[in-house]
Design a protein around this ligand. Structure first.
Ligand SMILES: *[C@@H]1O[C@H](CO)[C@@H](O)[C@H](O)[C@H]1NC(C)=O
Ligand SMILES: *[C@@H]1O[C@H](CO)[C@@H](O)[C@H](O)[C@H]1NC(C)=O
Ligand SMILES: *[C@@H]1O[C@H](CO)[C@@H](O)[C@H](O)[C@H]1NC(C)=O
Ligand SMILES: *[C@@H]1O[C@H](CO)[C@@H](O)[C@H](O)[C@H]1NC(C)=O
Ligand SMILES: *[C@@H]1O[C@H](CO)[C@@H](O)[C@H](O)[C@H]1NC(C)=O
Ligand SMILES: *[C@@H]1O[C@H](CO)[C@@H](O)[C@H](O)[C@H]1NC(C)=O
Length: 375
């Protein structure tokens, strides 16, 4: 099967399974999303003023959309599942952004803890919550005039909408550059306290449905393995860096406890905790079962097997190394790769993860009775 056929095949499968989804009664009028590159639909690129260039987007959005993948993200597939259009980035002022069904505040590189001068993204979680607060305030003002009804949510969408979160990975990943595992573990309660502060602000602003993704197995990212896994005593049987995955697990246990606490504190809210870690680790461990060939190696990178990742030349860029021009190119069969550029997942992997989420098997929720609704 050549590349085009693979893509066509996936599109056909998607349409068929979406038809099944349509028969399930499960609807949110709007989605408000907060996070990092795992769900950034163009925010950091708009906010900092750069273009994400090809080969990003080569499998779906062409020209690239500001997403850090070859195509769609988990959040894009979830929006499909909810029968809603793609979420526009809050800061995207071009291309007639439409916020009728929600808004996306997620920005690549963002952390839960406030950004510092050296942060990639200035839009830490608290800042994203402030952006939402301003967004909501402006919408309520604009609704008085009726002129923008087609572009902004209605007032009750703020209460009926779904508030989604996928953030925390960068807090952990970043901390390992200057801290030991024990120090990283000691940081987790502080990270979650900051998360709690933001969630409570959203609750006070009317949010009632929370959908919280835990953090993935970041020790399995080619970029992390290249930096922290050079000594094989640090690697597990899958080839993933052990301390990074331990930190992710510890974070997730505490995040889940926080979700339970939230439920008991706010009986009028629905809190959904989604186990992304298990879905992604399962995909990496049993990749062949799910149609993947490369669980760890980056599709787009430089250096070849086993990681095809070189910190000096990131995906799509050309650098002069030893007097020779080197380009980090994309593979032509990203649908058999889990990892896109060393740090982010391919569209094929994102599709797999979203379909697992929507199976309801990995969520601790009220909504379980309404699932499964398939992607
Ligand atoms: C790898 O780690 C082990 C255990 O910590 C250590 O004994 C060994 O010296 C390390 N090897 C290298 C090449 O650093
Ligand atoms: C929470 O979920 C239950 C069951 O699905 C639903 O009846 C209720 O309306 C939801 N509450 C909110 C605030 O969305
Ligand atoms: C550049 O040269 C150094 C030293 O000879 C070598 O170790 C390295 O692999 C070379 N890098 C590339 C990209 O060829
Ligand atoms: C894909 O790339 C490989 C080398 O990585 C090449 O051998 C193959 O012909 C390419 N396939 C297509 C369909 O372009
Ligand atoms: C990608 O496809 C080419 C041929 O199209 C094949 O030679 C190569 O092994 C494939 N890569 C993987 C990881 O399957
Ligand atoms: C959910 O889990 C059950 C029990 O393990 C399994 O039989 C079912 O196939 C799973 N559903 C999906 C959609 O993966």
């Amino acid at each position: 099967m050549d590349f085009k056929n693979v893509v066509a095949f996936q599109v056909v499968t998607l349409c068929i399974t979406l038809a099944v989804a349509n028969s399930v009664d499960f609807s949110y009028p709007a989605v408000f999303n907060f996070g990092d590159s795992n769900s950034d639909t163009g925010e950091l690129a708009a906010g900092l003023g750069f273009l994400v260039s090809s080969p990003f987007g080569q499998s779906y959005f062409n020209p690239p959309s500001g997403r850090f993948s070859d195509g769609r993200l988990i959040v894009d597939f979830l929006m499909h599942g909810f029968k809603l259009p793609f979420l526009n980035a809050y800061l995207d002022s071009l291309g007639l952004p439409n916020f009728r069904h929600g808004c996306n505040f997620a920005a690549a590189g963002s952390t839960i803890l406030p950004a510092t001068a050296s942060s990639i993204s200035p839009f830490g979680f608290g800042r994203q919550v402030s952006q939402f607060s301003r967004f909501r305030g402006r919408v309520l003002q604009l609704l008085q005039g009726k002129k923008f009804d087609h572009y902004i949510p209605s007032e009750d969408n703020f209460e009926k909408g779904l508030y989604m979160f996928d953030i925390g990975q960068n807090d952990l990943a970043g901390a390992f550059y200057s801290k030991t595992l024990d120090q990283v573990l000691a940081l987790i309660p502080m990270i979650l306290l900051e998360f709690e502060t933001g969630i409570k602000k959203l609750y006070d602003l009317g949010a009632r449905s929370f959908w919280i993704h835990n953090t993935g197995p970041l020790g399995c990212l080619a970029s992390v393995i290249a930096t922290f896994g050079t000594n094989s005593s640090k690697l597990d049987e899958l080839g993933c860096v052990i301390p990074q995955n331990q930190a992710a697990k510890a974070f997730n246990i505490q995040l889940q406890a926080f979700c339970s606490k939230l439920k008991s504190q706010y009986p009028d809210a629905n809190v959904t905790y989604v186990d992304i870690f298990t879905i992604k680790l399962n995909l990496i461990a049993k990749h062949s079962k799910y149609g993947f060939v490369q669980p760890i190696m980056a599709c787009c990178g430089y250096g070849g097997p086993p990681l095809n990742f070189d910190i000096r030349v990131s995906c799509g860029l050309t650098k002069i190394l030893n007097g020779t021009a080197i380009t980090a190119k994309a593979c032509n069969n990203s649908s058999v790769y889990v990892n896109w550029d060393g740090t982010h997942y391919t569209e094929a992997a994102n599709h797999f993860v979203a379909s697992q989420i929507l199976s309801g098997n990995y969520s601790s929720i009220h909504l379980a009775d309404k699932m499964p609704f398939l992607l």
